[in-house]
Design a protein around this ligand. Structure first.
Ligand code: SF4
Length: 76
């Protein structure tokens, strides 16, 4: 499973970093990004982090956290 944050949808609420601090962090203005590959979405979520990821994914109030089974396109 791969993930990235759609920054236009992120409202900088902080929940994903609380739920999955190994996976999500914030830029200077509080917009979240997927830590493991600087939001490229090309590094899979480690198996031991999947439960934390699911909590963050579920709790994000805007649906800004994206997930898919294949790597995201680097260009996007
Ligand atoms: S939970 Fe969603 S809206 Fe809140 S900081 Fe994370 S990605 Fe942004």
């Amino acid at each position: 499973m791969y993930s990235r944050v759609q920054p236009e949808q992120c409202i900088a609420c902080g929940l994903c970093q609380l739920r999955a601090p190994e996976l999500f962090d914030y830029d200077a203005v509080g917009i979240a990004y997927y830590r493991l590959d600087h939001n490229q979405g090309t590094t899979p979520i480690p198996t031991e982090q999947l439960a934390a990821f699911k909590q963050a994914y579920r709790d994000c109030p805007t649906g800004a956290i994206k997930r898919q089974s294949k790597p995201f396109s680097v260009e996007k």
